[in-house]
Write a protein that binds this ligand. Structure first.
Ligand SMILES: NC(=O)c1ccc[n+]([C@@H]2O[C@H](COP(=O)([O-])OP(=O)(O)OC[C@H]3O[C@@H](n4cnc5c(N)ncnc54)[C@H](O)[C@@H]3O)[C@@H](O)[C@H]2O)c1
Length: 263
């Protein structure tokens, strides 16, 4: 099959690596037309080779650039005949640092990419989403949106923000018959995860290391379901319930963990 005609379509940000890349490959393999976008041009070129130029559009995009986002969304819409079944706002940066030590410019950059960039994407996608029956706006939040994560506080705050944004959108977008959901991944084996976190991941449980393919499979499931928050792995849902019921106990455990990591 070539071109977008008669096929469902997905627009992915952060498509050149990790979760976005696996999702692009999985959806293309199942016959979807893929809009792959990223700041990493070389990664996009490699992805295009694997997927095939006829099965998507591959365009560099910095999600913080409003005008550029509008332009690539228009190009994508022209390729699909004005439809978009799944908007996947996934691009993110994961730089850490204690709040009082992190360079201010870095903190702003995290907020720009992880929150402002997602918001720009949602606003750009709404016209196509509302023109498409059964469409979904999906955002990659994080398990760090369950309980504020020390050491990556600004990152964690942006992920709380996009979780809240998703909940608001899940109500607002009903006016257009569009669903909204988010992903709350735990520790996913991608370049974003620090070597230290990767090494610390236990063999099982909610903090085990998860392959990005498992997250891509969750994106696939999300399209066909009416679920607001997707935990990957699913055990994180129980952690979330515990955070709601016993936040002080979780705070004390995390404080002990931080002290241990500082040793
Ligand atoms: N890896 C994890 O453990 C983990 C856990 C929870 C949430 N997440 C989230 O998953 C999402 C995907 O991350 P990943 O783990 O696949 O990491 P990754 O680094 O492999 O992929 C992120 C991609 O986003 C792109 N990107 C960065 N800034 C961009 C910008 N301004 N515009 C466009 N693209 C940009 C990068 O070039 C990269 O290709 C992120 O939002 C991240 O916060 C990851």
């Amino acid at each position: 099959m070539s071109g977008a005609e008669g096929r469902k379509s997905i627009f992915i940000t952060g498509a050149a690596s990790g979760i976005g890349r696996e999702t692009a490959l999985l959806f293309a393999g199942r016959g979807w037309f893929v809009g792959a976008h990223d700041v990493n041009a070389a990664g996009l070129a490699a992805l295009e080779k694997e997927i095939g130029a006829a099965n998507g559009v591959f365009a560099t995009l910095d999600v913080t650039d409003v005008d550029a986002f509008g332009k690539v969304m228009a190009e994508f819409g022209a390729a699909t005949g004005g439809t978009l079944d799944l908007m996947f706002g996934n691009a993110g940066i994961g730089m850490g640092g204690l709040i009082d030590e992190q360079p201010w410019e870095q903190a702003l950059q995290i907020i720009n990419v992880n929150l402002i960039g997602v918001l720009i994407g949602v606003r750009a996608a709404i016209p196509l989403l509302r023109a498409t029956p059964g469409s979904l706006n999906l955002i990659t939040s994080s398990s760090s949106a369950i309980f504020g994560t020390a050491g990556i506080g600004v990152y964690s705050a942006t992920k709380h923000a996009v979780r809240g944004l998703t909940e608001a959108l899940s109500i607002e977008l009903k006016r257009f018959g569009v669903r909204a959901a988010d992903l709350l991944p735990g520790l996913i084996d991608t370049p974003l995860l620090s070597d230290r976190m990767r090494a610390m991941a236990p063999a099982e449980g909610e903090w085990r290391l998860v392959k990005p393919l498992e997250v891509a499979e969750t994106v696939w499931k999300a399209y066909s379901a009416d679920v607001l928050h997707w935990y990957v792995p699913e055990e994180l849902r129980a952690f979330h319930a515990r955070v709601v019921n016993e936040p002080e106990a979780v705070r004390e455990e995390r404080t002990a963990l931080m002290a241990m990591m500082a040793e």
